[in-house]
Write a protein that binds this ligand. Sequence first.
Ligand code: NAD
Ligand code: ZN
Length: 342
Amino acid sequence: MRVLVTGGAGFIGSHVVESLSQAGHDVRVLDLSPWPGSDPPAPVSLRGDVRDPDAVDRALVGVDAVCHQAAKVGLGLDLGDAPDYVSHNDLGTAVLLAAMGRAGVGRLVLASSMVVYGEGLGTCAEHGEVVPGPRPVRALAAGRFEPPCPVCGQDVTPGRITEEAAPDPRNVYAATKLAQEHLAAAWARSTGGVATALRYHNVYGPRMPLDTPYAGVAAIFRSALRAGRAPRVFEDGGQRRDFVHVRDVATANVAALGREGEGLRAYNVATGTPHTVGDMAAALAAAHAGPAPTVTGEYRLGDVRHITASADRLATELGWRPRIRFAAGMAEFAGNVERAGV
Ligand SMILES: NC(=O)c1ccc[n+]([C@@H]2O[C@H](COP(=O)([O-])OP(=O)(O)OC[C@H]3O[C@@H](n4cnc5c(N)ncnc54)[C@H](O)[C@@H]3O)[C@@H](O)[C@H]2O)c1
Ligand SMILES: [Zn+2]
């Protein structure tokens, strides 16, 4: 297939480009930014904005499917940034979908996110499966980090979220990612197209951006270690996440392109094996032979305590399996080995 990857010059997009090319697809890129360096070699690329209908029309010539990775990424905590998030992410998606309608392109893979879920599921000893609410400031200030049961206030134990969970976006960025899914579903209904939303969990690996305000925590820890400092772990380090390697995310895109069916269907892209943020800091510190992590007890309002996911749907329906194990992926990310084994 000829596949257009929007945002293909970005961290995840560039790996998606590599995987699609390896799978024999003819890949095109539309991105505001240039391709990152000469290794791997640059694909056929168009510098342009997904919000520009002319640029998108040009990029779609001869294309059979689109992998839509372009987005403004981050926390979206500052409301002043809201128009910019909505513009890149939702106006951009709407312009792209309208152009796909004009060009008769009927396949879309959308880079969605775990942030559509809000807090992960929890199990209360007394009340079973519950959705914990935001954590009260006074609990956080007192070092009580586990989210409370919304009924009785006891700590809940984390559960793995499935795609059936009700969405609960908690910031502007999250709201724009969920809106992208809704727009894609509307496009699929009205055109008969196939849309597959991939809800990426915590993606890490080569070419991950460093030291931006939005960089993932793995990149922040690595930068500290490279500067000879201990990684600073917030809360008590017990926050659970699903860390998924960027090359595994790329192969999930290849698998999603071949999905049969209709309408929009969402999939978690996760390993199914959670790790704590403290584990990750320790793995990176060990790989660097650097100072052990410092657990600071600091917290940020709006941070979610645990989000861990079931990856069963992607495995059973699309045959995808993550190949890169946590220890190998983190060692590679730390910069000590060239490439983690698959
Ligand atoms: N990094 C993560 O852990 C993560 C997790 C969940 C979802 N995602 C999603 O994955 C996708 C890729 O994210 P990333 O981490 O690679 O970010 P990134 O910033 O490295 O890549 C995004 C790319 O999109 C391009 N872009 C942004 N706005 C554009 C526009 N209007 N027109 C054309 N190009 C535009 C940027 O130039 C950049 O190259 C995004 O949709 C993001 O929401 C990322
Ligand atoms: Zn309870």
